[in-house]
Design a protein around this ligand. Structure first.
Ligand SMILES: Nc1ncnc2c1ncn2[C@@H]1O[C@H](COP(=O)(O)OP(=O)(O)OP(=O)(O)O)[C@@H](O)[C@H]1O
Length: 228
C-alpha cells in the first residue's frame, strides 16, 4: 500500500511525487510509462525501499519478497568470479555444481561462459546472469526497470514468456512497446508529480504520444512562420 506518499531526493531538488496513493498485489501487471525524468525508476526504488518516502507511508506484507532488475545490476556482479561460482555462493542451498549448471544454463549461459571470470562475458551475458540471480531468489513481486537494454529480440521474447509464466506481481518500466504489449495488463502514466492509470492499452498510448509530437512540431512551425 502506497499511502499519501510524496518524494524528493533532497531539499534542494524538486518534488518527484506529491501525495500518490495506490495499492499493488500479486495480480499486478503494470507498465509504467511517462516522460524522461518523470520518476518511473524512482517509484520502483520507493517500492523496494531503496529510497524512503519524504512524506507518507509505504506498507508491505512482512513476507513479501521483492526483486528489482535495473540497468546497472550487471555492473554490480563480482567480475573475478565465474557465473557458476557466483550463483553457488549466492544460493548455498543448491549444493550440486551440476544442478547449478542447469539453472544457469536456462538463462543462456552455457559451457565455458559458466566457468570463466565474468569480466570476460559481454554485457548481454552478464545481464543474463543477473536475471538468473534475480529469478532464483523467487520474489513475489518483480520490479523490472528497462530489462531489455542488452537483450536481442529472441531473448526479449523469452523474457516476455517467462514473465507471463511468473505467478507473482510485476511492474515494468520499458520503452519496448512490444514487450509491454505482451506482458502488461495496465498502463500507468507517471507525470506532473503524480501517477494516473491510462484508459487504454500501450498502443493507444503510443498513438497519443505521436499525436502530441505532431502537434508540437506543427505549433513550432506556425511559430517560425509568425516570426518571419
Ligand atoms: N539520486 C538522485 N539524486 C537526486 N536526483 C535524482 C537522483 N536520481 C534521480 N534523480 C532525479 O529524479 C528525477 C526522476 O528520475 P527517474 O530516474 O526516476 O526518472 P525516470 O522517469 O525513470 O526517467 P528515465 O525515463 O529517463 O529513466 C530526474 O530528474 C532525476 O534526475
Amino acid at each position: 500500500m502506497v499511502q499519501h506518499v510524496s518524494f524528493r531526493y533532497n531539499e534542494n531538488t524538486p518534488w518527484i511525487y506529491k501525495d500518490i496513493d495506490f495499492g499493488i498485489d500479486l495480480d499486478t501487471r503494470i507498465a509504467l510509462v511517462g516522460p524522461n525524468g518523470a520518476g518511473k525508476s524512482t517509484l520502483l526504488k520507493l517500492l523496494c525501499s531503496d529510497v524512503m518516502p519524504t512524506d507518507g507511508l509505504i506498507r508491505r506484507h512482512s513476507h513479501c519478497k521483492i526483486g528489482r532488475y535495473h540497468q546497472h545490476l550487471h555492473e554490480e556482479l563480482p567480475l573475478d568470479l565465474s557465473a557458476l561460482e557466483f550463483m553457488m555462493k549466492e544460493f548455498p542451498d543448491v549444493k550440486e555444481k551440476e544442478e547449478m549448471r542447469k539453472i544457469v544454463g536456462r538463462y543462456g549461459i552455457t559451457g565455458r561462459e559458466q566457468v570463466c571470470p565474468m569480466k570476460q562475458l559481454s554485457d548481454g551475458q552478464r545481464c543474463r546472469v543477473s536475471f538468473a540471480w534475480l529469478a532464483w531468489q523467487q520474489p513475489h513481486l518483480l520490479l523490472l526497470d528497462e530489462p531489455t537494454n542488452h537483450l536481442d529480440m529472441e531473448s526479449i521474447d523469452a523474457l516476455a514468456e517467462a514473465i507471463n509464466c511468473f505467478p507473482g506481481g510485476m511492474i515494468l518500466v520499458s520503452h519496448d512497446f512490444r514487450l509491454v504489449s505482451q506482458v502488461a495488463e495496465e498502463v500507468w502514466v507517471c507525470d506532473n508529480q503524480g501517477i494516473q492509470k491510462w484508459d487504454g492499452d500501450i498502443f493507444s498510448f503510443k498513438n497519443h504520444l505521436r499525436k502530441q509530437i505532431d502537434k508540437e512540431v506543427s505549433n513550432r512551425e506556425k511559430g517560425v512562420v509568425k516570426e518571419r
